[in-house]
Design a protein around this ligand. Structure first.
Ligand SMILES: [Zn+2]
Length: 462
C-alpha cells in the first residue's frame, strides 16, 4: 500500500478583456490577497514561535486504529483551536491576548483563510523547532537553521472558492474566489482557460482531490488541484516468485532515448524504440551558441544569468521530451498490470573531453535521462506498476543471448567498422548481432533475474 500524488492545473484567463480575459483590476486583487495572506501567515508564525512550549506540548492521544492511549505531540487541529482562542475576538470571548490580536490587525479576514494560514504555519514552525533542537544537540557551530519564511501559495479551503463549469458552453467557465479588493473581502468571478483534459483528470476514479492552491506568478495565475491516490501493489520480492511475471525493461540512451523490452516466460514479447527525434542534435546547436557567447563575454559575473531565453528553451524542450518518453514507457506498462518496471541505475556519461558545447550537451542529456527515469517511475506507480533499479554493470558490453563479452560495430558505406561508438552489437562466441541498445535493454531483464555470471548479486528496489 502506498500513496501517490499529482497536480491538475487550471489556468485563470488573464488575457485582455476583449479577448475574453479578466480586467487588470481583478488581477491586482489576486496580488493583494496573496500579500495579505502572507502577512497573516507571518503573524501566526511569529505567534507560534513565541509559544514553543504549546507548539510541542505532549498530550495523551487516543489512537484511532487501536483505541490505545499514549503520549504524543498535540494535534494540529487542537493547536489551531487554541491559537484561534488566543488571538481572535468573538462574542463569547472578546479579549484575546493583547499583543496578539489578530482580529484588530486583519479585520474581516475570512475564517477559512485564517484557518488555512494557521494550518500551514503549524508544520513550518514545528519543522523549524525540531531542526533547531537537533542543531543544538549536535553541538555544531555552523549551519544554524534559518527562521522559516511566511510566504506561501494560498490554500483555498471550501468556502473561499467555487468552480462554475458551465456544461453547455465550455468557453464560459468561471471560478469564484474570495479576494481582497481594496476595501474588503468580496467574491469575484475569474474566467478560466478551461479544457476537457482538466475535467477528465478531476473526475478520474480512484483520485481524491485535496484543497486547491492559488499559484500566482509574474505572467500567469492558476489554481492547482492536488490529487492523491492510494496504490495497492505487490512487493518486488513477491512479484519475483510469480512464474508468469511480466517485466518491462528500459535502457536509457542519448539518441535512442529509451529502448523498452517486455519479457515473459523468458522470451521478449514486445519491443519499442523511443527516438529523441533529433533533440540531441538540436540542443547541441543551441549550446554551441551558448558556449560561443560565454567565450566572447569572458568570465561570467557571479550571480548574473546570461542566455536566459536560450536556456529556458532548452529546459522546456528537455522537460517536454522527458514527459513524452515517460508516457511512452508507461503506455507499455499499462498493457501488463501486475508487471514490474526495471531500470538501470543511472550511470553518468562523464561530460569530459570534447568541446565546451559538447560537454554542456552531455550534461543536459544526463539530466534528461534522470528526468525520464523519475517521471516514468511516478507515472507507472500511479497505475500500480512498481519499478526497480538494477546494477548497470556490463549491460551494454555482454551478449544478451549467451553472456559472452561482445564488440560494437557499425556499417559505413557497406564496410563493417568495429569501434566503441558503434550502434550495433556483435557476439564473437555465438555470432549474434543486433542493435546495441536493444541488447542492453534485454540484458536489463537478465540483471533483474541475475541470470549471467557477470551480474553482481545485489538488487536495490526503488
Ligand atoms: Zn553471444
Amino acid at each position: 500500500m502506498g500513496q501517490t500524488a499529482r497536480t491538475t492545473k487550471l489556468l485563470l484567463d488573464l488575457s485582455t478583456r476583449d479577448q475574453g480575459g479578466t480586467n487588470p483590476g481583478k488581477r491586482s486583487h489576486l496580488t493583494e490577497t496573496v500579500i495579505i495572506l502572507n502577512a497573516a501567515r507571518r503573524f501566526y508564525l511569529d505567534f507560534l514561535l513565541a509559544h514553543p512550549d504549546k507548539l510541542m506540548e505532549r498530550v495523551e492521544v487516543i489512537s484511532k486504529k487501536t483505541g490505545e492511549v499514549r503520549e504524543g505531540v498535540i494535534s494540529a487541529d487542537n493547536l489551531l483551536t487554541w491559537a484561534e482562542f488566543q488571538t481572535v475576538e468573538t462574542p463569547d470571548h472578546p479579549t484575546p491576548l493583547p499583543d496578539w490580536n489578530f482580529s484588530r490587525e486583519f479585520p474581516g479576514l475570512p475564517n477559512r483563510y485564517r484557518r488555512s494560514v494557521i494550518k500551514d504555519v503549524i508544520g513550518k514552525a514545528r519543522g523549524y523547532l525540531t531542526s533547531v533542537t537537533k542543531w543544538h544537540a549536535s553541538g555544531k557551530k555552523k549551519g544554524k537553521p534559518g527562521i522559516p519564511t511566511a510566504s506561501n501559495h494560498p490554500t483555498l479551503y471550501a468556502g473561499t472558492f467555487s468552480l462554475e463549469l458551465d456544461e453547455l458552453d465550455l468557453r464560459k467557465s468561471f471560478i469564484r474566489l474570495k479576494v481582497f479588493a481594496g476595501a474588503g473581502w468580496v467574491w469575484v468571478h475569474y474566467p478560466t482557460c478551461y479544457n476537457r483534459y482538466f475535467d477528465r483528470r478531476r473526475a478520474e476514479p480512484g483520485w481524491e482531490t485535496e484543497s486547491p492552491k492559488l499559484i500566482l506568478s509574474k505572467q500567469s495565475a492558476a489554481i492547482h488541484f492536488l490529487q492523491t491516490k492510494t496504490i495497492t501493489a505487490k512487493k518486488i520480492v513477491e512479484s519475483k516468485r510469480d512464474p508468469d511475471l511480466v517485466t518491462v525493461a528500459v535502457d536509457l540512451n542519448v539518441k535512442q532515448l529509451a529502448v523498452i523490452t517486455v519479457r515473459q516466460h523468458g522470451t521478449i514479447t514486445e519491443t519499442r524504440f523511443v527516438s529523441d527525434h533529433g533533440l540531441d542534435h538540436h540542443r547541441f546547436q543551441h549550446l554551441k551558441r551558448v558556449a560561443k557567447k560565454q567565450w566572447q563575454a569572458g568570465k561570467a559575473v557571479q550571480g548574473e544569468h546570461s542566455n536566459q531565453q536560450l536556456w529556458a528553451h532548452v529546459r522546456r524542450q528537455n522537460g517536454d521530451c522527458a514527459h513524452k518518453t515517460a508516457r511512452a514507457i508507461v503506455e507499455v506498462c499499462e498493457k501488463y498490470p501486475g508487471g514490474v518496471l526495471v531500470f538501470e541505475r543511472l550511470r553518468k556519461i562523464k561530460p569530459s573531453g570534447g568541446s565546451k558545447s559538447r560537454r554542456l550537451n552531455r550534461k543536459q542529456a544526463n539530466q534528461l535521462n534522470g528526468k525520464i527515469n523519475q517521471l516514468a517511475k511516478e507515472k507507472a506507480y500511479a497505475i500500480g506498476v512498481v519499478s526497480v533499479e538494477v546494477n548497470p554493470h556490463g549491460t551494454s558490453q555482454y551478449c544478451s543471448r549467451c553472456g559472452c563479452k561482445g564488440v560494437r560495430f557499425t556499417y559505413q558505406a557497406g564496410q563493417r567498422i568495429t569501434g566503441k561508438g558503434g550502434k550495433l552489437f556483435s557476439c564473437p562466441a555465438c555470432h549474434y548481432e543486433c542493435h546495441a541498445d536493444f541488447n542492453a535493454s534485454v540484458n536489463v531483464h537478465h540483471s533483474f533475474f541475475r541470470e549471467f555470471h557477470w551480474q553482481p548479486r545485489e538488487l536495490k528496489s526503488g
